[in-house]
Design a protein. Structure first.
Length: 432
C-alpha cells in the first residue's frame, strides 16, 4: 500500500493479515475524561488519551475556558478547578469536526454564568444541534443556533433547573450533555432512554464522585456534587478495532491479536453480531480499569453467515455499520439493517456514502431511508473511493480494498486523522 498523490492511498488485495495491534485510546472515553477532569477539583492524569484530532479539539476548547492542560504524548494532565472554576472565553471555541466536543461541552457551558460560542468546521456546521439545545433550554440555558438548529451554538448559561427528559433519539452525546448540565442544577436531573446508549459518562461520573444512579431505562444525577480529580487509563478504541476485526474475518489466512480493546457492553455490539454469524473472535485477558472492561481479541479468518442485524442493536453499532456493510458483501447471506437514520447526519450521509462506494466497487446494495441491504458472496473490484471527508467511510473502504480485485484508491485519505492517525501505517504493517 503506497501513497497515491498527496492525499490518496492505494490498496490491493491482501493474501493474509497477521500480527499484533495496539489501538489509540478510545475517543468517546477520552472526550469525557478531559471534560470531567476540567470541572473536577484537583489534578487528573489521563493515560493513553486518544491521538485523534477530535479529542485534541476538546482539549483546545477547554484551554480558553481557563483549564490548565499539559500533554506529553498520550498522557494528559488536567488541573481541575471544580464546578465554579471555568472562566469566560475571549473568543469562539472551535470544536473542529467533533460533534462529541460540541454537544457534551454545551452541557457544561449551559451551567456557566457567562456567554460562550461553539463553532466547528464545514462538516460539523451541517450537523443537528437542536437535539441538544432543546433539553438544555428546558433547564434554563439560553441557546441560539443557526438556521435549522445547526452550529454555531451561542450559549448564555446560568442557574439551571433539573428536568426529567425522555430522549426522542438515541444519542449518548445528548444524554451526556444533559447529565453534565445536571451537575450544575439544584436537585435531580433524569434522562430516560428507549434504547441504551454507551454509558461512559455515567461510569466516569460515578468514578469521580458524582451522585448518579441507573434504574431500568432512567439515569439520574444529583447536582452540585464535588467531583475529584483522578488518575485514569483509557482503553483502546473498539470503534477503531472494528475495522481490523472485520478485516481479520474476511481476508483469508488471517491471524490478528488486538491488544487492550475497550469491551464495555454498550460498545461491543459488533462482537454480539459477528460471533453468532461464525466470526472467530476470542476474548482473552479481561480486566476492569476505572470501571471500564477491556481485553485482548484474537481474530481469525472465518466463513460468515451474514443476516439481518436486530434493530435494537443498531444504536450500539452506529460507528461500526459502515464497515459491517462492507463485510456483508463477503458473507453467505449478505447483511441488512434498519433503524439507522442517525447515519444520515454524521460527518457525511453515511448510508448514501456506503451505498455509492459499494456500487463503485461493483456491489449490489439497496439503500433504505434508515438502513442498507447488501447482497452476500460478492466479488468486489478496485475503484476510486470518495469518503466525503468522513474518516469511517475511508477506513471501511480501505478494508474493502483488501478483498477487491485490482487497485482501490481512497481519495482524501488524511481524513482518518479525525479518529485514527496511524490507521494506514498499521494496516500496511499487518498486511505485510
Amino acid at each position: 500500500m503506497g501513497l497515491f498523490g498527496s492525499k490518496s492511498k492505494k490498496l490491493s488485495a491482501a493474501k493474509k493479515l497477521e500480527g499484533a495491534v495496539q489501538f489509540p485510546g478510545d475517543k468517546s472515553i477520552s472526550h469525557r475524561y478531559a471534560i470531567l477532569a476540567a470541572i473536577a477539583e484537583g489534578p487528573s492524569e489521563i493515560h493513553f488519551f486518544s491521538s485523534s484530532v477530535d479529542c485534541q479539539s476538546t482539549l483546545d476548547c477547554l484551554k480558553p475556558l481557563g483549564v490548565k492542560i499539559e500533554r506529553q504524548g498520550n498522557v494528559v494532565k488536567v488541573a481541575g478547578g471544580g464546578l465554579e472554576g471555568l472562566r469566560a472565553p475571549s473568543g469562539p471555541l472551535d470544536a473542529g469536526n467533533s460533534g462529541s466536543t460540541m454537544r457534551m461541552l454545551a452541557g457544561v457551558l449551559a451551567g456557566q454564568p457567562f456567554r460562550s460560542v461553539l463553532v466547528g468546521d464545514s462538516s460539523l456546521s451541517r450537523r443537528p444541534m437542536k437535539r441538544v439545545a432543546d433539553p438544555l433550554t428546558l433547564m434554563g440555558a439560553r441557546i441560539r443556533t443557526a438556521e435549522g438548529g445547526r452550529p454555531p451554538l451561542e450559549i448564555t448559561g446560568g442557574n439551571l433547573t433539573p428536568i426529567r427528559y425522555e430522549m426522542p433519539v438515541a444519542s449518548a452525546q445528548v444524554k451526556s450533555a444533559i447529565l453534565l448540565a445536571g451537575l450544575f442544577a439544584e436537585g435531580e436531573t433524569q434522562v430516560v432512554e428507549k434504547h441504551p446508549t454507551r454509558d461512559h459518562t455515567e461510569i466516569a461520573l460515578e468514578r469521580m464522585g458524582a451522585d448518579i444512579g441507573c434504574h431500568q431505562h432512567t439515569i439520574a444525577v444529583r447536582g452540585r456534587a464535588r467531583l475529584e480529580g483522578q488518575k485514569l487509563h483509557v482503553p483502546g478504541d473498539i470503534s477503531s478495532a472494528a475495522f481490523f476485526i472485520a478485516a481479520g474475518l474476511i481476508v483469508p489466512n488471517s491471524d490478528l491479536v488486538l491488544h487492550n480493546v475497550g469491551l464495555n457492553p454498550t460498545r461491543s455490539a459488533c462482537l454480539d453480531v459477528l460471533v453468532p454469524m461464525g466470526g472467530r473472535v476470542k476474548v482473552v485477558n479481561l480486566e476492569m480499569l476505572n470501571g471500564e472492561l477491556l481485553g485482548d481479541l484474537h481474530v481469525e479468518s472465518s466463513q460468515l453467515a451474514g443476516g439481518e442485524i436486530p434493530e435494537e442493536l443498531v444504536p450500539g453499532l452506529i460507528d461500526e455499520l459502515p464497515v459491517l456493510s462492507v463485510l456483508g458483501t463477503q458473507t453467505e447471506q449478505g447483511l441488512s439493517f434498519r433503524g439507522a437514520s442517525e447515519l444520515r447526519v454524521k460527518e457525511s450521509d453515511r448510508l448514501a456514502a456506503v451505498a455509492e462506494n459499494l456500487r463503485r466497487m461493483g456491489a449490489e446494495v439497496e439503500e433504505f431511508p434508515d438502513g442498507l441491504g447488501v447482497a452476500g458472496r460478492q466479488k468486489l473490484r478496485g475503484a476510486e473511493i470518495d469518503p466525503h471527508s468522513d474518516h469511517r467511510i475511508a477506513m471501511a473502504f480501505a478494508i474493502a480494498g483488501l478483498v477487491a480485485e485490482g487497485t482501490t484508491v481512497i481519495k482524501d485519505s488524511s481524513c482518518v486523522e479525525i479518529s485514527f492517525p496511524d490507521f494506514f501505517a498499521t494496516l500496511a504493517r499487518v498486511a505485510g
